[in-house]
Design a protein around this ligand. Structure first.
Ligand SMILES: Nc1ncnc2c1ncn2[C@@H]1O[C@H](COP(=O)(O)OP(=O)(O)OP(=O)(O)O)[C@@H](O)[C@H]1O
Ligand SMILES: [Mg+2]
Length: 255
């Protein structure tokens, strides 16, 4: 069993309009993720990618099946499994440094140790000169760097990233993609990364998992050796991209 294991996982929601009618959003999903993998989840809008991250984060539980972390059923959130959301998620009335210190406080790190740990994490993402800034003075890319630094400071084993760079312009996104790969190579964290961009998934991942339209099921997955040439024009990248495009379902929105 991998570090993260989803076994026969289904998830249903009951909508307020039709109380007795369950809406199945994930169906019989089996995924094993080994420690240190960089896994991207791709699939049409509404297929259950965020739901899957929420299950791994422990924000909610599956309706059927089991989600395990290091062999134990996940029962609630834990700093071991940190999340970077698409929307910038810093507290606006605290400085960058205090935002990270606060996360360390929740993890019961002694007060006198917090700032040194937070500053080290900010250095890793190149944000050490902005420690005293309030989030509203930062660009979107900078805010996401701080969100990544927060997970680094918490020493999360797993980084759950839900379209973390999709609100950014192309150049900033490319820069952050390279940064997250650099940090992953340095720290060997497990990353579960949701993206709508096949190109981004091809650039960053060691495995890409394609989900069907709603209810989300695994259609196919591709392993990408770390040493593979990630040039988008290389033979391997074009080949995998074509395969993904051929299988990529259209939007789930009408379901
Ligand atoms: N708390 C909830 N209650 C009811 N339905 C929900 C809830 N959360 C998600 N859903 C539904 O579950 C389905 C999957 O949603 P989810 O957000 O996981 O999709 P997604 O693949 O992340 O989509 P996108 O790519 O647009 O972000 C959607 O139809 C959504 O409406
Ligand atoms: Mg989503």
């Amino acid at each position: 069993m991998g570090q993260i294991a989803l076994s026969n996982v289904s998830k249903a929601y009951y909508t307020s309009r039709k109380k007795d009618e369950a809406r199945i959003v994930l169906k019989d999903v089996n995924i094993d993720i080994e420690k240190g993998e960089f896994v991207s989840l791709i699939g049409p809008s509404g297929c259950g990618k965020t739901t899957m991250l929420n299950l791994i984060a422990g924000f909610e539980g599956p309706t059927l099946g089991e989600v395990r972390f290091n062999g134990n059923p996940i029962e609630g959130t834990s700093p071991e499994r940190g999340v970077v959301f698409q929307e910038f998620s810093l507290l606006p009335w605290f400085s960058v440094l205090s935002n990270i210190n606060l996360a360390l406080e929740c993890k019961n790190v002694p007060e006198k140790e917090r700032s040194a740990i937070s500053m080290k994490a900010l250095e890793t993402v190149g944000m050490e000169n902005f420690a005293d800034y309030r989030p509203n003075l930062l660009s979107g890319g900078m805010k996401q760097r701080v969100a990544i630094a927060r997970l680094l400071a918490m020493d999360s084993e797993v980084f759950l990233m839900d379209e973390p760079f999709s609100a950014l312009d192309e150049q900033t996104r490319a820069k952050l993609d390279n940064d997250i790969v650099r940090i992953w190579k340095e720290k060997r964290k497990t990353v579960v990364f949701v993206t709508h961009s096949i190109d981004e998934a091809l650039l960053v991942s060691t495995r890409i998992i394609l989900l069907s339209k709603s209810p989300g099921e695994v259609i196919k997955e591709w392993k990408l050796d770390e040493k593979l040439n990630r040039d988008p024009m290389s033979y391997d990248m074009i080949k995998i991209k074509k395969e993904i495009l051929a299988l990529m379902p259209t939007c789930s929105c009408s379901n």
